[in-house]
Design a protein around this ligand. Structure first.
Ligand code: NAD
Length: 374
């Protein structure tokens, strides 16, 4: 029987991007061997590297390669070299926003999992972190960030004291299909995880939230009655994430609520170098670590590749349905951490100096565990 072939478009980007991408390729090699799959890689330019080579942060060729692949793996983009306040100059972030839009990525998935070995990195007391393993599903292409907005001048009664002044507004707007597809992503993820869905809204105030709730419940009744669904108001969720984070499994919410809650939830872990994300569309998906290009440590071989490897884990799960391989990768990473190995960013006072390793050695340790478990 011939091995299944998956085509992956690599976007190493800038800063530490190429260093952590090399570890992802290494680990995928080990996964392929153990689980009988072949990964074919194409590489393309994005962000600062693309500006230097072509003048554009998102060259046409990159989009063509991304569209042709089964999944896209992005490392990170940006850096001081390309920082500019001149609106006429290209900026690396335009590449990131542009590719998400061009690929129609409407669902952003951010797992928040506490690694037993890294519990002390959190600012919360360890007893509150017991069992924390959640997935925030954020709607990415609708809501307040995409609705009509304007600033008006000369508005009667807008200035202090009632005179003529300025007024601005943004609009939170959702269509049924947008709510239904993100809710479906959340229910499917919960079913895969054997967990629950918290649907987070502000239905006591906002009309868009009332439609959100209605559509989520309709879909739940029609297709996902086996998954437990709970409604929660966004302000309460913000509190509960700190008070009792282990109550959450899958959390689904609109764009701005998700932006804020996912940042709040991610800090439960306390380690930026451990946070992965996936952005899913109907025809493709993009996987990337949550951290940036870390220009301060680029080229030194000390970057933590684990957020990138955890993004690979998501790719195996969500794009290739290789759940067993994803579980094996996750177990390998946990094992390496449990053995005391750390990159500098997650090392603490208890880390033995000889167990603080660089990017490539960390990749080797994970690869070694994957191979040893065969
Ligand atoms: P950053 O995430 O790059 O770095 C913040 C701090 O965390 C730095 O001290 C860095 O050394 C450290 N860090 C980050 N990732 C690490 C890793 N894997 N291993 C070890 N240490 C790590 O954020 P920043 O400094 O605010 O931004 C730097 C550049 O990255 C900027 O140009 C910014 O625009 C860009 N950025 C890109 C993305 C993305 O590509 N999605 C996200 C955020 C920031």
């Amino acid at each position: 029987m011939s091995a299944t072939t998956y085509r992956i478009c690599l976007l190493p980007g800038d800063g530490i991007g190429p260093e952590i991408t090399a570890e992802a390729v290494k680990v995928l090699g080990a996964i392929g061997e153990r689980f009988g799959a072949t990964f074919e890689f194409t590489e393309a330019l994005l962000g600062g590297a693309a500006i230097d080579a072509t003048g554009s942060p998102l060259p046409e060729e990159t989009l063509t390669k991304a569209h042709a692949a089964d999944a896209v793996l992005l490392a990170a983009i940006g850096g001081p070299k390309w920082d500019t306040t001149d609106p006429a100059k290209p900026r690396p972030e335009q590449g990131l926003l542009g590719i998400r839009k061009a690929l129609g990525l409407y669902a952003n998935l951010r797992p928040v999992k506490i690694f037993e070995a890294l519990k002390d990195a959190s600012t919360l007391k360890p007893e509150f972190l017991e069992g924390v393993d959640m997935l925030i599903v954020r709607e990415l292409t609708g809501g307040l960030y995409f609705g009509a907005r304007a600033r008006e001048t000369g508005v009667e009664g807008a200035a202090t004291g009632g005179g003529v002044g300025m007024r601005a507004y943004d609009t939170m707007e959702y269509r049924e299909y947008e709510i239904e597809r993100i809710a479906r992503t959340a229910f499917e993820a919960a079913r895969l995880r054997g967990g629950t869905v918290h649907s987070v809204d502000k239905a006591n105030v906002l009309e868009s939230s009332r439609l959100w709730r209605e559509v989520v419940h309709r879909l739940h009744a029609a297709e996902f009655a086996d998954v437990e669904l709970l409604d929660q108001l966004v302000d309460n969720t913000a509190m509960q994430l700190i008070r009792r984070p282990a109550q959450f499994d899958v959390v689904v919410t609109e764009n701005m609520f998700g932006d804020i809650l996912s940042d709040e939830a991610s800090m439960l872990t306390g380690s930026l170098g451990m946070l992965a994300s996936a952005s899913l569309g109907d025809s493709t998906a993009l996987y990337e670590p949550s951290h940036g290009s870390a220009p301060d440590i680029a080229g030194q071989g000390i970057a933590n590749p684990l957020a990138m490897l955890l993004s690979v884990e998501m790719m195996l799960r969500y794009s290739f349905s290789m759940n067993e391989a994803a579980d094996a990768l996750s177990t390998a990473i946990e094992g390496v951490l449990a053995d005391g190995w750390r990159t500098a960013d997650i090392a603490d006072a208890s880390t033995l100096p000889q167990k603080t390793v660089g990017t490539s050695a960390m990749g080797d340790l994970v690869t070694g565990r994957l191979a040893a478990a065969e």
